[in-house]
Design a protein around this ligand. Sequence first.
Ligand code: GRF
Length: 212
Amino acid sequence: MISVSPSLISPNIPTHSQSSNKPVKLGIMASGSGSNFEAVAQAIENGQLNAEIKVLIYNNPDAYAAVRADKRNIAAVLINHRDYKHREELDKQIVQTLCQHDVEWVIMAGWMRLVTQELIDAFPQKIINIHPSLLPSFKGVKAIEQAIKAQVKITGCTVHLVSLEMDSGKILMQAAVAVLPDDTPDTLHTRIQIQEHRILPAAIALAVNSEQ
Ligand code: GRF
């Protein structure tokens, strides 16, 4: 009988030691729980990522990501998209906040909003997103539900550079996860997130390194 392992199917992640001694200054954007924010913070604390989180921007008042930032004494700024009529105005405010905190790279760690040219122009090729599918499959919302519906046997997560077109920028790193016959969106998301927490810090190090 063939058994399907629920664990990782992706190759080992190479370690990318950053050549510069200066920690890269990150701005993290999150909408929800912030477990990816936490993974980046832990990678920094463990010495796996030479970076500093300058600010967390969150758009939902009850986002648990803000609590995680508070616990670490990281500035957390609420920029609620509901207060802005146009996406450009929202992004202008985001850019202003990121610049005030001297951010060099922007990490969308569960930021559930589309970006505009305002943000792209302010941080060209320096915005990173994590998406819970093996792109280019299952772009957009409910990527995990899409994968289950399509009855794929393998899905995963992707870290990529952000471009104007949703979930479409250059792919930096991916990890594969088996879809099990009795998976629900929740059970599959739990296993995908284990891989997200591995590859997001590694992909940030990779991107920062290749830019130096
Ligand atoms: C992640 O699964 C990410 O791929 C998606 O949103 C989720 C955010 O999770 N874009 P968390 O807030 O980091 O726990």
